[in-house]
Design a protein around this ligand. Structure first.
Ligand SMILES: O=C(O)C[C@H]1C=CC(=O)O1
Ligand SMILES: [Mn+2]
Length: 369
């Protein structure tokens, strides 16, 4: 039986300012959910978002309030060994709130997988890979700092895929910044950009032509999320891969974009999809439509990152790798043992459930009171 659902806000400074076109992050607010079951099993989930309300329409505080006030009471007393039934009730009664739903589904599945003593991936069809290549985002805002950071990551054998955050400066300045980094790294790295919706279609045509000519491998969400037609036109026009990120809020968006041949790649995010099972549906639509997959992040801490890793481990094809580096951008950790990054890859945890353990003392010390 589901006995109790608790939520925690945890403010964690980032290792350096992380500059996106929509926000500069100096801290990340983790939203964590704990589900206590009557049989003593505990499950964890995460509903972390980016930049308060700058990036999405759910803020950390609204997610916590909506779970505490409206969603948790629906679940209390339900059978904890039937996560799908519990989530069906939530999805029927609650509009929107994808991040909150994701955290609850993660926690319920974590608990059930622990109960069955299997890794969470095994409740999702089973894993086909044990390690996931991980991109790093260069977003210091300074070209030479970004190059030094990339060189360091290559030396450490931690990352050889780099995503550059652009869209804040004039197109010409951004292109010059990206191409300087690509020239410095050459064939040693895959260089990609994320515009976070900042460009008009005209800007995008101009910018992407030059990025493509300069050897950039992928352009993520160049135009507004709701302008699917423009994304599709850019995909038709250019050879360089066009990735949908903010345009994807779950399976229906995945289907609508696939119908218009709107993107080459989907960034699969468990929170934006509204849960782990909807994220699998996004991935299935992509697979059937011949669209490549990329494991995306909302810069979550260890819990959300482990949950996404469990999901991505089940993908037969993962052509564009992942960006599951969230915990590495944060100065503090709520896990007892950090996730393992080795040889450019995140090792998918092998223990029961999410395969991570929360340090209650650390959490208590770090949580917002
Ligand atoms: O992709 C996004 O838009 C959000 C996020 C993921 C990595 C990163 O640096 O920012
Ligand atoms: Mn993105």
């Amino acid at each position: 039986m589901i006995e109790k659902i608790e939520t925690f806000l945890v403010d964690v400074p980032t290792i350096r300012p992380h500059k996106l076109s929509v926000a500069t992050m100096n801290t990340q607010t983790l939203v964590l959910v704990r589900v206590l079951c009557a049989d003593g099993i505990v499950g964890w989930g995460e509903a972390t978002t980016i930049g308060g309300l700058n990036y999405g329409e759910e803020s950390p505080e609204s997610i916590k309030t909506n779970i505490d006030t409206y969603i948790a009471p629906l679940l209390s007393g339900m059978d904890a060994s039937q996560p799908a039934k519990a989530m069906a009730k939530v999805r029927k009664a609650i509009q929107g709130n994808r991040f909150a739903k994701c955290a609850l589904e993660t926690a319920l599945l974590d608990a059930q997988a622990r109960r069955l003593q299997v890794p969470l991936s095994e409740l999702l069809g089973g894993r086909v890979r044990d390690a996931l290549p991980v991109a790093w985002t260069l977003a210091s805002g300074d070209t030479s700092k970004d190059i030094a950071e990339a060189e360091n990551m290559l030396d450490l054998r931690r990352h050889r895929i780099f995503k550059l955050k652009i869209g804040l400066r004039p197109v010409d300045d951004d292109v010059a910044h990206v191409l300087a980094i690509k020239r410095a790294l050459g064939e040693r790295a895959s260089v990609r950009v994320d515009v976070n919706q900042a460009w008009s279609e005209m800007d995008a045509v101009r910018g992407i032509a030059r990025l493509e000519a300069g050897g950039i491998d992928l352009v993520e969400q160049p135009v507004k999320a709701d302008n699917r037609a423009a994304l599709a036109r850019l995909k038709q026009r250019f050879d360089v891969a066009i990735m949908a990120d903010e345009a994807l809020h779950g399976p229906n968006d995945a289907m609508a974009l696939a119908r218009i041949d709107g993107a080459d790649v989907y960034a699969v995010k468990i929170t934006q999809s509204g849960g782990l099972l909807p994220a699998l549906e996004v991935a299935t639509v992509a697979r059937l439509a011949g669209i490549g997959l990329y494991g995306g992040t909302m810069l979550e801490g260890g819990i959300g990152t482990a949950a996404t890793a469990q999901v991505c481990s089940t993908f037969p094809e993962l052509a564009w790798d992942t960006e599951l580096f969230g915990p590495l951008l944060l100065t503090q950790e709520v896990l007892r043992e950090p996730l393992v990054y080795r040889d450019f890859m995140l090792q998918v945890p092998t223990g029961p459930g999410l395969g991570v353990e929360i340090d209650d003392d650390k959490l208590h010390a770090m949580q917002r009171h």
